[in-house]
Design a protein around this ligand. Structure first.
Ligand SMILES: Cc1cc2nc3c(=O)[nH]c(=O)nc-3n(C[C@H](O)[C@H](O)[C@H](O)COP(=O)(O)O)c2cc1C
Length: 189
């Protein structure tokens, strides 16, 4: 078992088409979501929630995404519509991290949104620690109100990310990271 620091240093996103089965078991999904909800949360508001897309639920959601796409693209080919129908079926598991941030007497909305980002990141790291890979994506349907309605989001709710999870078909390549010299200053030096 690699130690925690090695895990954090080795995580990489793997694109949905390269995420294969088997996906996490029901117990592993519960474990992933427990870790995703263990994040800093000013005011203990739980300003996020999770929607699990697994099995047939992925294609049911895809049908709704494809219907909205077809409405906006009357000239779409059958192939394009099928691609939209498969959007959430590329990986064995997709978890939508939904931000429920809103106005609050004490806690800034910005901090509630950041907490949803932390939940998404914890989920991606937990997937990696369990031997899976993840990809945090949004794509067009995360920003289309008709899709959000069709997936059951309330009017004030937003998608922080659709976290795609599965087994990596091949080991991911490293990508360049910012040099610390470009992103770090030491105050007072
Ligand atoms: C909020 C958010 C939304 C994202 N949406 C997309 C997306 O729609 N499509 C995409 O290719 N990458 C998207 N990304 C980027 C990928 O998650 C990922 O950062 C990128 O592939 C680099 O991989 P890494 O995790 O190995 O650094 C998004 C990232 C964030 C934080």
């Amino acid at each position: 078992m690699p130690d925690a620091i090695d895990l954090l240093k080795s995580r990489r996103s793997v694109k949905p088409a390269d995420l294969t089965g088997p996906g996490p078991s029901a117990a592993e999904i519960d474990n992933l979501l427990t870790i995703a909800s263990r994040v800093p949360d000013h005011g203990k508001l739980a300003p996020w929630r999770f929607i699990v897309f697994a099995g047939a639920g992925r294609l049911e959601a895809g049908k709704r995404i494809a219907a909205v796409f077809r409405d906006g693209h009357p000239d779409a080919t059958a192939e394009q519509i099928e691609f939209e129908r498969q959007r959430l079926a590329r990986a064995p598991l997709v978890v939508a991290v939904v931000s429920r941030a809103g106005p609050h007497v004490k806690i800034p909305e910005w901090e509630q949104q950041l907490s949803a980002g932390a939940a998404a990141m914890n989920l991606a790291n937990a997937a990696h620690a369990l031997g899976f890979a993840a990809n945090w994506i949004t794509e067009w349907y995360a920003y289309d109100r008709r899709v959000l309605d069709a997936l059951g989001l309330a009017p004030h709710e937003r998608i922080a990310g659709f976290i795609h999870i599965g087994k990596p078909a091949r080991p991911p390549e490293e990508r360049a990271r910012p040099a610390l010299a470009d992103i770090v200053t030491r105050f007072g030096e």
